[in-house]
Design a protein. Sequence first.
Length: 392
Amino acid sequence: MKKIILINISVLLTLILGVIFLLKFINLFISGPPRYYELVYNLENGSLREKKEKLIYYKSLNSKIKYGTEIKFYSDEYRNLKYSGPIKNEDCGSFESGKYELIYALDNYGFRENQDELHQETDYVLLGDSFIMSVCESKPYDFKSQLQMLSKDKTFLNLGVGADNYVRQLATLTEVTQNTNFNSLIWFFYEGNDYNDKFSLYDSYKKKIRPNHNERKKSIDQIDSNDELYKVKKNFYISNFYKFRVWLAEEINGLSSLLKIFKKYESLLNNHEYEQVIKIAKNYLDQKKIRERYIYYIPSWQRLSNFKSNKIGFYSTNPQIKQLDILKKNVKEISEKNGFMFIDGENQFFNLNNPLSVFHYKMNTHFNRDGYKLFAEDVYNQIINKSNNINK
């Protein structure tokens, strides 16, 4: 009897080890998004934000990344930059790094860390969403600061706003820059979610562009100079079962991607509405005689998470990648048709050993400081440096 039990246990352990080996082997060649929703989020109580915060907290526990070299909002160096707006705590740290918050000053128009004179005259206008605003990265690690360090003789007006998509971004462009003299527009399209918008909302967006100054946050002098403000204070209980679910969600990503080969994905972009937006932008820039206009396409975490399969030829047959490629193709064709130069940012990230290293804990967050540095370098090399050489 004991012998049979031992045999059964041995067979079971062999099967378990075989499954683990198979998952590991598939993950060497095929990657995809971890199945957090099914195996982690759906089995937890609370809001989706709380579930994400718990996962980020768990990931941050063993993080060796050191912070503390940021330019704090109360420092003399920061005060000398003389931003006119109040201080804002973005309250983003719990679902980005899990360790630190972003605290920064607004300009007089409600955008992040611009000197007000840039609204009168600047070399470049940067238009986009939270990646351009640089969620949860303080100076000097945010996108604009990194770009400024590479382009010391150029000025940048950053009009990036979190959660803004292409229709709202158009409203920002046409409303905010009416009295701005600028030479070039770099309009960023984030593949992950910038396709979600409706042209019918354009007029209502324009009316809401300028913030209500009476509802602003406190000024620098009204906030205590305390490093504790930068520290995320979220804390969660992490059980062994939770750790197992996270491990499993990450280990089956290759297998789940392989099984999705027959899945069909819907088109993401309303081409007609996007073209309406681009045409309005074209006419607006024509009136202002802005010749240099770019659409920079930021690859999504969903795309980059499939990087391993790019080496074995499975990448291009992945139905989700096909969906994203169609999105990119449509954005490229519409933008070029209307006089924009299309810049594809994919290669800069795929050249990394692990493209997901530009995100916090390789998860679906915004870029970490390494990601913003790489991002800025690519924008500089593909746009600003080339433009400088052409205009010499």
